[in-house]
Design a protein around this ligand. Structure first.
Ligand SMILES: *[C@@H]1O[C@H](CO)[C@@H](O)[C@H](O)[C@H]1NC(C)=O
Ligand SMILES: *[C@@H]1O[C@H](CO)[C@@H](O)[C@H](O)[C@H]1NC(C)=O
Ligand SMILES: *[C@@H]1O[C@H](CO)[C@@H](O)[C@H](O)[C@H]1NC(C)=O
Ligand SMILES: *[C@@H]1O[C@H](CO)[C@@H](O)[C@H](O)[C@H]1NC(C)=O
Ligand SMILES: *[C@@H]1O[C@H](CO)[C@@H](O)[C@H](O)[C@H]1NC(C)=O
Ligand SMILES: *[C@@H]1O[C@H](CO)[C@@H](O)[C@H](O)[C@H]1NC(C)=O
Length: 926
């Protein structure tokens, strides 16, 4: 029931507290007195404030400018450097934020304060700014604070010390003893109840002190001071101060929350009397609950300082940085202060403007932490009698919160630039260097190299780092993913530094862009009559490929052979069509279809980058037909016959082997009369034919039985020579001598025929060219011979189809006189033309020669000789001696009985005939 009542009372009190807030204004005039002793500049960065039973000194970062600050406490002439131990012992705390703003709190009851009736306090301090070169600037601060609302007990929990001061006037002593008896009951016996007031009014007559840890431990004052405790009396108060870590402090669990406790009973002795004062301070060291958004600080209302459950809270305030704030400010910041289940609960949102964030690197991972320093001020009354003023300055740092930065890849494959953003980092992170695959660059070096590094600032002071690196930079690793795709990879290790502590950490990332940006080599080419001309354009990767011709790589030797020439972008070369890299596709009578396959391939991955095939017909002499009847033939191995060995080819007569052969060619040369050559006449055209094929493989070369073999390829090439008579070369009457032997055309030959005029009937001497014009008397005989030259074929016969005489050179001119018609002498001719047989013992091939005789005559018109000259012309054809029809075996009538009996020439007769003409034959007038 009592507890319930207590709670109700507390709730009521909170309402009161809220209502009272405006009334609780910190007393005392604001006085700022700065006396620079060595350097007069920069005094504006100092600010002092009286905040209840403390003084707050703020030193702006502009004063320190990054240099170290040191503080001294000053008492008249005594200057004492505030080392950490000294600060804790004497009631000072010093703390800086990351920018260098420093807050100093000094208890008004600190060791050095001037104290006037426990109501006016003078505090002097010195601030030393340590210069880089050992010099220092010194500023002096003096502040006077008025404070006369001392509660019987006042407790301060500062960052580094606990302080309790109690009223040492007799009324309070009595009250405290009573309280002790009620609450803890472990003090000395009450044998000094009747202590007279005078006994304790003088200072420093402390007889002994007993610390409770909670075991008793007695010390004399000197020992306590030496141990580091601050013990002091003022006109009306006893002050005890202890750092949190001194040996006689202990931890007590208050409703689940740890509190550091210092508890001392001090005995004052004067002559015959002893007075004792009980002092206790308890400060929370825990009670924090964090979420990402909220800090909750639970302060145990049931704690070692509270005597009973009937304790009433009279005032409750929240403050920040040692200064109270009102409910409007609290609402604006989202703070709350409530009492729930015997706990005072303060809630502060994480990230509010009264605190600050700070960067940390933990295991090279980026973390941040939020720091804020709230204050809790309470005034309570125990058992309706004594009041305690309680103030906690409670610096809070959230646990480290991992804040892995986000790496955003904005790379533009069009612009070919890596563009990455890394953030968010707090204001205190600096980018120092970047490690690439090729090395480490400081920010300045990277900028000099052409990389763009930008620090992007957000409104809240956070930042992100933007880095741009062109794909073309050597630090960018380029790998070819496939034929046309390049992968650009940039490995980045950012080197960061957290200031001002200079804590390094790094962040590794890698970006990759895949681009279809490869232009493959292109190939093209053409042919002339003998060569392939190939050109390769490299594409955009230069000459990073190998060239394969046919089935073989282009070696340096063959590059030289093919005249490979190249510049930065192209290469070209010329391959003769008979080169070994060329494939033969087809044989034609006068040409060869040959193909060149060109492949460019990438040697690392073995990719084919492009191929090109070109096939052309190249003129080549496959068959030669010579006038003497000799023939030659070239057999070519085409690629479809890869089994073929040209060496094994023969003519029809298997003993007629190639005159020459190699891997791809076999060359035959043979006479029309040999090697199984056949002879056919087609309308006066003579055709010799043979065939090239694989000789029958002798039995001992046959493959073994049961061993499967591919059958020999069928290879059969017919070699044909067509011959006809050619009159224009070797005819004796030709005015100009022949200059060159006739070049035999492939597959076509000529048999040269001449018409000559013999000097007499013995046909042993003939007029030569220079003898023309030949002169003859009228009616005197002219002996003509038409002969086939060179041919050695006994099976052919030269036949004269028509012979006639003209007045003019032109064989088609008129007048004209027929001498031989259709192979027979013209029976209309009065001057009879006579054939003379050619004796077979006379010449080797009598059938190759025809002899005939005419009588010299003259063309007359109306009995007038037109001109005393004639020209003789003949048409000759070739015949098989065995041929039985046509002109070749015409039976000539012995006489000319009837003009009507003349055989009409078949107009459809398209015999190949040669045209022969004599030179001019002049009539010699007798
Ligand atoms: C300085 O401190 C001493 C004790 O350390 C005290 O006696 C003296 O009065 C103080 N002086 C002033 C000016 O406060
Ligand atoms: C600062 O602003 C950025 C961008 O708005 C945000 O991502 C970041 O979380 C903010 N940082 C803090 C500490 O609030
Ligand atoms: C790069 O910067 C990081 C972070 O400051 C540092 O630890 C590292 O030593 C630097 N590296 C080089 C090669 O300077
Ligand atoms: C390289 O050769 C090609 C073809 O021969 C020609 O078109 C091109 O202009 C040449 N390039 C240079 C840089 O000489
Ligand atoms: C025919 O002429 C050719 C070329 O002039 C020659 O090589 C060959 O030996 C000759 N043949 C005969 C049988 O005279
Ligand atoms: C006869 O030979 C000449 C000279 O070689 C040639 O120009 C002509 O075409 C040949 N005539 C025939 C019908 O073969």
């Amino acid at each position: 029931m009592t507890w319930l009542l207590g709670i109700c009372t507390l709730w009521l009190l909170i309402v009161v507290v809220s209502a009272q807030k405006q009334l609780n204004v910190v007393p005392g005039p604001q006085m700022l007195n700065v006396v620079p002793s060595m350097n007069i500049n920069q005094r504006s960065g100092l600010q002092t404030e009286c905040v209840g039973n403390m003084m707050k000194l703020t030193v702006d970062k502009s004063l320190a400018l990054g240099s170290q600050l040191e503080f001294d406490a000053v008492n008249g002439t005594q200057i004492e450097p505030l080392t950490p131990n000294m600060a804790a012992k004497c009631g000072f705390s010093i703390d800086s934020d990351p920018w260098g703003n420093t807050k100093v709190f000094a208890s008004l009851l600190n060791c050095f304060a001037g104290n006037e009736d426990d109501a006016v306090f003078d505090i002097n301090m010195r601030i030393r700014v340590l210069g880089i070169k050992g010099g220092q600037d010194v500023f002096e601060v003096q502040k006077t604070c008025n404070y006369n609302q001392w509660a019987p007990r006042e407790i301060i929990c500062d960052r580094n010390y606990m302080e309790v001061s109690v009223n040492r006037l007799p009324a309070e002593i009595t009250a405290m003893r009573t309280q002790s008896k009620l609450g803890r009951g472990q003090v000395f016996d009450d044998q000094w109840v009747d202590t007279v007031p005078e006994a304790i009014t003088s200072s420093y007559n402390i007889w002994r002190m007993v610390f409770f840890t909670p075991k008793q431990k007695a010390m004399v004052l000197e020992d306590a001071l030496r141990t580091g405790y601050g013990v002091m009396t003022t006109k009306s108060r006893l002050v005890l101060r202890s750092a949190y870590d001194l040996p006689e402090t202990y931890v007590e669990n208050a409703n689940g929350i740890p509190m550091k406790v210092i508890r001392v009973t001090t005995y004052f002795k004067k002559q015959w009397s002893v007075t004792m004062l009980d002092t206790i301070a308890a400060c929370p060291t825990g009670g924090l609950v964090f979420t990402d958004e909220l800090i909750t600080w639970n302060f145990p209302w049931i704690n070692p300082l509270i005597a009973s459950a009937e304790t009433n809270i009279i005032e409750m305030f929240m403050g920040i940085d040692g200064k109270r704030i009102d409910s409007a400010q609290m609402a604006a910041r989202g703070y709350s202060l409530t009492i729930v289940d015997y706990q005072i609960v303060m809630k502060l949102p994480v990230g509010g403007p009264d605190g600050y964030y700070k960067s940390h690197a933990v295991n090279n991972q980026y973390h941040i932490r939020y720091a804020i320093e709230p204050m809790l001020e309470l005034l309570w009354r125990d058992s309706g009698v004594d009041t305690t003023r309680y103030k906690v300055l409670f610096p809070i740092k959230t646990p480290l919160m991992p804040r892995p930065p986000r790496f955003v890849d904005n790379s533009d494959s069009q612009l070919k630039v890596f563009d990455v953003l890394l953030g968010v980092f707090l204001y205190d992170v600096e980018l120092v260097n970047i490690t690439f695959s090729g090395g480490v660059l400081t920010v300045a070096e990277a900028t000099a190299r052409g990389f763009i590094i930008q620090e992007q600032r957000f409104q809240n002071g956070s930042k992100a780092f933007r880095l741009q690196v062109p794909f073309s930079d050597p630090f960018v690793v380029k790998t070819r993913a496939d034929l046309v795709v390049t992968v650009y990879t940039l490995g980045i290790i950012y080197g960061f530094m957290i200031l001002p502590e200079h804590v390094p950490f790094s962040y590794s990332a890698s970006v990759e862009v895949t681009l279809q940006d490869i232009i493959l080599p292109t190939l093209n080419g053409g042919c002339d009559k003998e060569n392939f001309h190939i050109q390769i354009s490299f594409g955009n990767l230069g000459k990073n490929f190998n060239v394969m011709l046919g089935t073989q790589d282009l070696t340096p030797e063959r590059s030289a052979e093919y005249g490979v020439s190249e510049n930065a972008t192209h290469m070209s070369f010329v391959v003769p069509f008979l080169a070994s890299d060329v494939a033969f596709e087809l044989m034609y009578p006068t040409s060869l279809r040959a193909r060149l396959d060109v492949l460019v391939w990438e040697p690392v991955n073995g990719w084919s980058l492009g191929d090109f095939s070109i096939a052309c017909n190249f003129p080549i002499t496959m068959t030669e037909c010579f006038s003497n009847g000799s023939m030659s033939a070239l057999a070519v191995k085409v690629e479809s016959l890869n089994q073929l060995s040209p060496r094994q080819l023969t003519l029809r007569d298997p003993s007629c082997k190639p005159k020459f052969s190699n891997e791809r060619f076999a060359y035959f040369s043979f006479d029309a009369n040999s090697c199984g050559t056949t002879r056919t006449f087609y309308d006066g055209v003579l055709m010799y034919q043979n065939e090239i094929s694989l000789a029958d493989v002798p039995a001992y070369q046959q493959p073994l039985k049961g061993v499967p073999t591919t059958p020999d390829p069928e290879y059969r090439v017919t070699v044909s020579c067509f011959y006809r008579l050619n009159d224009t070369k070797t005819v004796a009457f030709f005015t100009k001598p022949r200059e060159n032997e006739p070049l035999p055309e492939t597959g076509y030959g000529v048999l040269n025929v001449v018409l000559r005029l013999a000097m007499d009937g013995s046909y042993s001497q003939f007029y030569a060219q220079e003898d023309y014009p030949v002169i003859q008397y009228l009616r005197r005989p002219l002996y003509f011979e038409v002969s086939l030259l060179q041919s050695t074929d006994p099976q052919i016969e030269l036949v004269l189809e028509d012979c006639w005489a003209t007045l003019k050179d032109d064989r088609n001119s008129t007048p004209r006189w027929d001498l031989i018609v259709d192979g027979c002498v013209n029976l209309d001719d009065g001057y009879e033309t006579v054939f003379h047989p050619v004796p077979s013992d006379w010449v080797q091939f009598p059938t190759h020669i025809k002899h005939f005789e005419i009588k010299m005559f003259a063309f007359m018109e109306q009995n007038v000789i037109l001109k005393d000259q004639i020209f003789v012309h003949c048409d000759a054809v070739l015949c098989d001696i065995n041929q039985t029809d046509g002109i070749c075996r015409k039976r000539c009538p012995s006489s000319n009985p009837l003009k009507t009996n003349k055989v009409r020439r078949d107009t459809s007769d398209q015999l190949e005939r040669t045209q022969l003409s004599s030179g001019r034959i002049l009539l010699l007038s007798s």
